[in-house]
Each structure stands twice: as structure tokens, then as C-alpha cells.
Design a protein around this ligand. Structure first.
Ligand code: ADP
Ligand code: MG
Length: 590
């Protein structure tokens, strides 16, 4: 069967099986299926948060509890309709997650997971100790869900609801990932510097995915409460929170469908081990947890990406990847008049503790000019780039860009004003194709946000963005690699992707950090031609480069740095015969 027909077949088979299963299966399997659906809903949030965004949370069970307890309390005490308690639970969970996120997401490294453990435990004890919530006994007598004229009382009827909700959330998650904000989220994992340089508000992106994951958990809790018709704190403990993470990791934490695979595998395996291990060992006890611990270690050693990528290997799905399409061009920023001063750096200094990496550097870049910044390794060129572009602020000094002081602005705000840069150590998203990587550069040229993306109302803008990305890719000579994974290309081509991404932001000043390193001779020539065309269009270019032929053939003026200081400045031919420069480069050899 061809790949296309195979996936259409699977696409029809899966919902078909879902519709038929609750009618045909015995009660025991229905219950199992219900739990898999409920767990997968929570694990799906973790795919977004941990798998894609790189933020680990052990505390999702507490959010499930918030959803469950909200409906339990409101329906039993005030007789509120369960369909109204769902939005109430989402609102409460959203508020709690947003506030917790603001505090915890600032923590870095292992402090973030520790933070989630802390509030996971805190919320669990809150459920158990609030008298109004029934303490450790919990709340019983939760009404069944009314549905049109009937009530969802049986597990069979509930099975449809749970899986319909799960499929809907999977669709929303997929839409979200395949969008402007989705690319921003995917960019978080590789360290957020690049994303910030492209204008992504990374703290906001983190809080949003944290809240979305909490909302998924809350929906699962609401469903759980009306399925069980009884809640107590036990299923919302830290142990359960760890299990959710476990499911996401086993399934394949970076894959939407991995959430279902992981929840399914763990739930079935747990059931099976609970039944068999005690009779096998002749003792009763929670032996399945020991087996799980061993399984987790095995997974982390042998299949770090989880089970879903292994399934994918045998059955390659039709991967949803962005493709370039015909669309109207994005509006362009008017370029400043050629010859006008774009960038003015004055007495820029940067200290790392005792090390002075930049020492009172001053220079100007005009529109329609290539200014080369050269100097030996360690002279402080990349540090200066970071200071100018707002990635790592200067210690002192002033930077004006198009007449506005920018030295204390964050990177995103600098980018918004029309400065775009590449990195000496390329910062790409290796698992995304070239087109998607370059499209990250268009982040600030659109405004469609999470909600629009989730319900696919962003398609017009998205096609314009992809068209722009494709145009810049062609301009940089990468048309043949547009759909290849960025990580699979040689370093020279990766540098060109960085330039295309910077151009996709529609800048008027381009900062290029060693763009020609790793390029072949013809590629270098093509790059020089591209930079000449950009200059002719009126773009200002600040260029750091070690290849002297490249620099001297291209630059209008050259600034030489050594030990963080300006050693010389002038026309290329003046610099080439400047004794101090020759000394710095050749160490005094005649
Ligand atoms: P160049 O790009 O000219 O090769 P860099 O700007 O990368 O030089 O580095 C200039 C100096 O600053 C080097 O001595 C480097 O070790 C130091 N440096 C750069 N970044 C940091 C940092 N984050 N912390 C401490 N020292 C740094
Ligand atoms: Mg450098």
C-alpha cells in the first residue's frame, strides 16, 4: 500500500474502531479505555509543556484535582449544572496556573521541576485538609452529566465523550504547533536566546503552554469527577503527577500521538502487572510500581524519545510539515535613505567579572553600507553583537538605532525596530525543516495568536509568512533544501539558513557573525553577491568575518578590534597596510 493510502486507511480505521469499541467491548475494557482517555488528556498537556517546550512538571495531577473538585463542590453544594462547572473549573485552573507559572517558570534547570513538586504537594494537602471539600474522605453524590434529554450514567456512554474530547484536544494541539506561536514554542527548547532575538516573548510563551497544559488536566478532572461521581484527594497526589509524566515520556514526549500511546501502554501494563505480579510472587503489594521504576530506567536508556517514534519507523505517517504556497507578500518596512546613520555605538563596554570583553568601542553604520568588524579570536566581536542586539546588555555605553536609544531594550524590542542578526554558533531548530526555521524569522511580522492558531483562523497570515520564508530561502540559494531538516545539512548551509531567517524579519540593519565560515568557494561568492544586492537596496550590514579576501572585497569600511578595544578604522586598503593591524594579526612577523 502506498504511504498516502496507508495513512488514509489508518485515519478511517481509528475513528471507526473508536465508534465501534464501546458497543462491542465488555465493561472491563470500557473502563480501561475511559481511563486511558482521561490520562492521555493530561499527558497531551505534558507533550506540549515538556516535550515541545522543554519545561518539566511533576504537578499536573494537582490541576486535574482542581477541575474535579470545582465541579464536585459546585454541583453538590450549590446544585450548579455540570456544564457550567466546566468553564468555572477552567477559569479557576487558568488563574492558579497563570499565577504559579509566573513564579515557577522563572526558575531554571532542576529548580523548575522541584517547584512543580512543591506546589503539587501543596495543592494535594489543600484538597485533603479543607473541611468544605470533605477532607480525606472527599465528596460523594456528584450528579451524572446531563446530555440532551438523557444522562451519561454508563461508562459506555462516557467513553464517547472522553474520546471525543481527547481527539478535539489533539487536533487543537496539532494546530497550535503548526503555527506562528507553535514555532515560537518549539524554539524554546533549544535555549531561548535565538527565539528572543527573533522577537518571541519567551516568558509569555512559557506561561501560555503551562496554562494550556493545566487546562487540559482540568478538563480531565471534570470528566473524571462525573464518571466516578465521587472524588477524594488520592488520585491527585504527587505519585499520580509522576505517573502522568511517565506516560508522556514512555509514549514519546515530543509527539501528540505519543500521549495516547503512553497512557495506553502504562494503564494496560499497570492493570496487567497488578493482576499478575502478586499471584506470581505469592504476596500482595504494589509490586507494579517497582516494575515501573525499572521500566522507566530502561526507557531512559534505550528509547529516550519514547515508543511513538519506534512505531513511526514501521509505519511512517504523513507528517504535517509546513509547505510554501502562493500567497500575497507580507508588507515591507520602508528602508531609511541610503547614507543616513542607522546605528551609532558610543563607548560600548562589557565586563564579565574582571574580564573587559569590550572596552569603549565606538563606530557608526549607515544605510547602504557594509561595515566589517575584524579582529583576532577573543577580541570581543561576538560580545559586542550581543550587546548591540540586546541579547546580553552592555555594562556601559550608548547604542542608538535609527535615532532611538536601544541599549536598555530587550532583544525582542530591538528586533521589532528593524535589526536582525545571525549567530556565530548557529542556533537552528534541527528537527524542523528549513522552511519552518526561516519562518521563525517572520515572528514579528504577524499578530495571530494562540486562540486563532488553535482554531485554524490564522491560515491566511500563515501562508503569507511561509511564502516570505520561501522567498528568502531562494534568495540565499537554499531552494533545493527547503524541506530538508535543518539539522541534517552541513554547517555552511546552516549558516545560510541563519541569514535567510534574519532576512525574513524584514530588517534594515543586518548583523552577521562569521557568515562565510564553513562555506565553499562558490557559496562564498554567492553570499558576497547577495550582500552586495542587499547593500544596493539600502540595507546596512555589520559583518564579522575572518576570511580577509571576503571582507576586503566587500566592506566599505573596516573596524579592527583587539582585546576589546578599537585598534584601527578606515577603508579596506588603508587597513591592509596599517602596521598595527598587521602586527595584531601576524604577531610582529614581517
Ligand atoms: P570574538 O567573537 O571576537 O572571538 P568574543 O566576543 O566571543 O570574541 O569573546 C571576547 C572575550 O569575552 C573572550 O575572552 C571570551 O572568553 C569572553 N567571553 C565571552 N562571553 C563570555 C561570557 N558569557 N562570560 C565570560 N566571558 C565571556
Ligand atoms: Mg565571535
Amino acid at each position: 500500500m502506498s504511504r498516502g493510502r496507508q495513512s488514509t486507511f489508518a485515519l478511517l480505521l481509528f475513528p471507526g474502531a473508536l465508534v465501534a469499541a464501546p458497543l462491542l467491548l465488555p465493561e472491563f475494557y470500557i473502563t480501561l479505555l475511559n481511563y486511558i482517555g482521561l490520562y492521555a488528556t493530561v499527558a497531551l498537556g505534558l507533550v506540549l509543556l515538556t516535550g515541545v517546550g522543554g519545561l518539566t512538571s511533576f504537578g499536573q495531577a494537582a490541576f486535574v484535582g482542581l477541575g474535579a473538585y470545582t465541579t464536585a463542590y459546585l454541583t453538590t453544594v450549590f446544585g450548579v449544572s455540570p456544564w457550567l462547572t466546566l468553564p468555572a473549573g477552567l477559569l479557576l485552573t487558568g488563574l492558579v496556573a497563570w499565577s504559579l507559572g509566573r513564579v515557577t517558570l522563572r526558575l531554571s534547570g532542576h529548580f523548575l521541576p522541584l517547584g512543580t513538586i512543591a506546589w503539587g504537594i501543596a495543592l494535594y494537602y489543600l484538597f485533603g485538609n479543607l473541611g468544605a471539600l470533605g477532607g480525606h474522605t472527599g465528596i460523594s453524590g456528584i450528579p451524572p452529566l446531563p446530555f440532551v434529554d438523557l444522562e451519561l450514567r454508563s461508562g459506555r456512554a462516557f467513553c464517547y465523550l472522553i474520546w471525543a474530547v481527547l481527539l478535539l484536544l489533539m487536533l487543537i494541539t496539532r494546530n497550535l504547533l503548526d503555527s506562528r506561536e507553535g514555532r515560537a514554542i518549539r524554539a524554546l527548547k533549544g535555549g531561548s536566546l535565538m527565539a528572543e532575538a527573533m522577537g518571541v516573548n519567551t516568558p509569555r510563551s512559557k506561561i501560555v503552554i503551562f496554562t494550556v497544559a493545566a487546562l487540559y488536566a482540568s478538563i480531565s478532572g471534570w470528566l473524571y469527577a462525573h464518571l466516578q461521581r465521587f472524588v477524594n484527594p488520592t488520585p491527585f497526589s504527587l505519585t499520580q503527577g509522576i505517573e502522568y509524566l511517565f506516560m508522556a515520556v514512555v509514549g514519546g514526549v515530543a509527539h501528540v500521538r505519543g500521549a495516547v500511546v503512553g497512557a495506553g501502554l502504562i494503564t494496560i501494563l499497570k492493570q496487567w502487572l497488578q493482576d499478575w505480579l502478586p499471584s506470581l510472587l505469592g504476596k500482595s503489594g504494589n509490586f507494579e510500581m517497582i516494575a515501573f521504576g525499572l521500566l522507566m530506567i530502561f526507557v531512559l536508556h534505550r528509547a529516550r524519545d519514547g515508543v511513538w517514534p519506534i512505531i513511526q519507523r514501521f509505519y511512517p505517517p504523513s507528517v504535517v510539515r509546513a509547505r510554501a504556497v502562493e500567497a500575497p507578500a507580507l508588507p515591507r518596512r520602508p528602508l531609511p535613505a541610503a547614507g543616513s546613520v542607522l546605528l551609532e555605538v558610543k563607548d560600548a563596554s562589557k565586563r564579565f567579572g574582571g574580564l573587559v570583553a569590550n572596552d569603549r568601542m565606538s563606530f557608526r553604520v549607515r544605510a547602504g553600507e557594509v561595515l566589517a568588524l575584524i579582529g583576532p579570536n577573543g577580541a570581543g566581536k561576538s560580545t559586542l553583537f550581543d550587546g548591540i542586539s540586546g541579547i546580553d546588555p552592555l555594562t556601559s555605553g550608548a547604542v542608538s538605532f535609527r535615532g532611538e536609544r536601544i541599549e536598555s531594550l530587550p532583544a525582542g524590542e530591538v528586533a521589532r525596530r528593524g535589526m536582525s542578526r545571525t549567530f556565530q554558533h548557529v542556533r537552528l531548530l534541527p528537527a524542523m525543516n528549513v522552511l519552518e526555521n526561516v519562518a521563525v524569522g517572520t515572528h514579528l511580522r504577524g499578530r495571530k495568536s494562540f486562540v486563532a492558531a488553535a482554531c485554524r483562523a490564522d491560515r491566511d497570515e500563515e501562508s503569507r509568512r511561509l511564502r516570505e520564508a520561501a522567498a528568502q530561502i531562494e534568495r540565499c540559494g537554499l531552494a533545493g533544501q527547503m524541506y530538508e531538516l535543518a539539522g541534517s545539512l552541513p554547517l555552511g548551509k546552516q549558516r545560510l539558513i541563519e541569514i535567510a531567517r534574519a532576512l525574513a524579519a524584514d530588517p534594515c540593519l543586518l548583523l552577521l557573525d562569521e557568515p562565510a565560515a564553513g562555506l565553499r568557494y562558490l557559496e562564498k561568492q554567492a553570499l558576497a553577491n547577495l550582500l552586495r544586492r542587499l547593500r544596493a537596496e539600502g540595507m546596512g550590514i555589520l559583518l564579522v568575518e575572518h576570511d580577509m579576501d571576503f571582507v576586503m572585497g566587500l566592506a566599505d569600511r573596516v573596524v579592527v578590534m583587539e582585546f576589546g578595544q578599537k585598534l584601527a578604522a578606515g577603508l579596506p586598503e588603508e587597513i591592509q597596510c596599517n602596521p598595527a593591524v598587521v602586527e595584531a594579526y601576524l604577531g610582529g612577523v614581517e
